[in-house]
Design a protein around this ligand. Structure first.
Ligand SMILES: Nc1nc2c([nH]c(=O)n2[C@H]2C[C@H](O)[C@@H](COP(=O)(O)OP(=O)(O)OP(=O)(O)O)O2)c(=O)[nH]1
Length: 151
């Protein structure tokens, strides 16, 4: 390897891991989180887009693959795009387009999901959470809930 190649390898910026992520709430205001097989942190359902997919197409596919349910058409509300340290890949950043959505059908762990929980966003306790969920999603939900109660 030439010296210039070696330095390029060291200095090449690592692109963020781009995902779409779902914020799903029940009538009690709890949020749905999943834990993938072989991992410890709970996170938003979702994942990487496949070539040619738009955000909602990817989200609908990931939801069905991960938790078996369907996205209610027209229910998605975009919160924006947020960065956080990636949960499973040390040193990488995850860049997530986050959508609140409603779902229909039974919710149940599918192949790659080990566990799902409904978490009170105001009281996560010691639940192990991915950074995106802990530092972005929970504050989003708590702020939105506070604003709604203040009205
Ligand atoms: N879905 C999701 N991924 C997250 C969150 N937080 C976070 O760091 N990630 C990271 C973990 C992974 O590095 C990456 C998602 O990759 P993944 O492998 O689960 O995506 P995928 O289901 O599309 O899987 P694959 O096609 O690569 O097999 O984003 C989150 O809240 N939801």
């Amino acid at each position: 390897m030439r010296a210039s190649d070696a330095s390029a390898a060291v200095e090449a910026p690592r692109l963020p891991i781009e995902v779409v992520a779902a914020l799903i709430r029940n009538v009690q205001g709890q949020i749905l989180l999943v834990r993938k097989r072989g991992t410890t942190a709970f996170m938003q359902p979702g994942g990487k887009r496949e070539p040619g997919e738009d955000d909602l197409g990817a989200l609908a596919r990931e939801l069905h693959e991960e938790i078996g349910c369907r996205m209610v058409p027209g229910s998605a509300v975009a919160h924006g795009i947020f960065d956080a340290p990636a949960a499973h890949e040390p040193g990488r950043t995850v860049r997530a387009a986050i959508y609140s959505i409603h779902v229909t059908g039974d919710i149940a762990c599918q192949a790659e999901i080990a566990e799902l929980i409904w978490l009170d966003p105001a009281a996560p306790g010691d639940t192990p959470l991915a950074a995106l969920t802990r530092d972005v999603v929970l504050p989003l939900v708590v702020e939105a809930t506070g604003n709604a109660q203040a009205r």
